[in-house]
Design a protein around this ligand. Sequence first.
Ligand code: PMV
Length: 336
Amino acid sequence: MGCVVRKHEVVHQILTKANGSSAREKGLAYAPTNIALCKYWGKRNNELNLPMNSSLSIALPDKGAMTTLHFIEDSSDNIVLNGSLLPADTNFVRRIVQFLDLFRKDKNWRLHVDINMNIPVAAGLASSACGFASLTLALNDLFNWQLSLNYLSILARLGSGSASRSLWAGFVEWQAGVQSDGMDSFSQPYMITWPELRVGILPISFAEKLYSSRDAMQRTVATSVLYENWTKKVVQDMALLKQAIELKNFSLLGGTAESNALNMHATMLSSWPPICYALPETIDAMHQIWKLRQEGLSLYFTQDAGPNLKLLFEDKDEATIKKHFPLADIINPFAV
Ligand code: PMV
């Protein structure tokens, strides 16, 4: 394939590996959301969502999206989110319909897409990650493709980059890959658990984010003089995080994840016009975390494309964290 590979060519290539049997009546799938400890920020290919760098995440098993699909006799797809039929002119519907178009080619099927999410949409809580991952898995179920998870990860990536990591529980690594068609850019899980690890979602604001991650990434890559440093930093952080996970070294994990997030946001802030996802309350919470850490509490944070923070700590400190952050929603990523 040449340099300008289009999404539908990738889909076509993958669907040649699909099982040829006929579609079922209904497709159904759940995908968890994921929080990156080493972030994906910047694309080497905007069409195919190919990242500049590899990234590493932890899944939040009971926060995610359940998608149900069935065929309808209609001129357009129906997209229902948390029980409400969405108007066709919303961004969310446009992205879903464009994704479905990739699989439609000249066929005229239309779908009823019912997505139920238990996290706020477009607030920097990886709703697009679990949304596109569950949609991809539900399509695989509906059309009975029986594709491998590697291929499904590539397809989910075409909807949203971080969706490529949302097909598994636990720690997941998304390899940036080097190929221009992105066939080597997919995610894989680590076969390792860390039962003591906890993630707390610290709500600051669940309003829709000010800038889409797509636009913000493009602007950062195009205008931030710090971007080159970011690409070096992620290589170091990936290695440190892998070491931390292998050794179960919590301060190394938390410190590396926090530093990675702060570097990503500093790189965005140095873009022009500047990109700042933090609100004053986000900065206040950071100071509170740093103060508690100085006092001896092993507490770290990470932040995505939104003002909310995700707290990282171990189960032994859960009661203390609850006392200081009563609004935090605490999740055990390895709960069985
Ligand atoms: O997949 P997108 O386009 O929603 O981008 C995700 C960007 C971050 O959440 C900030 C980082 C990441 O790796 O998840």
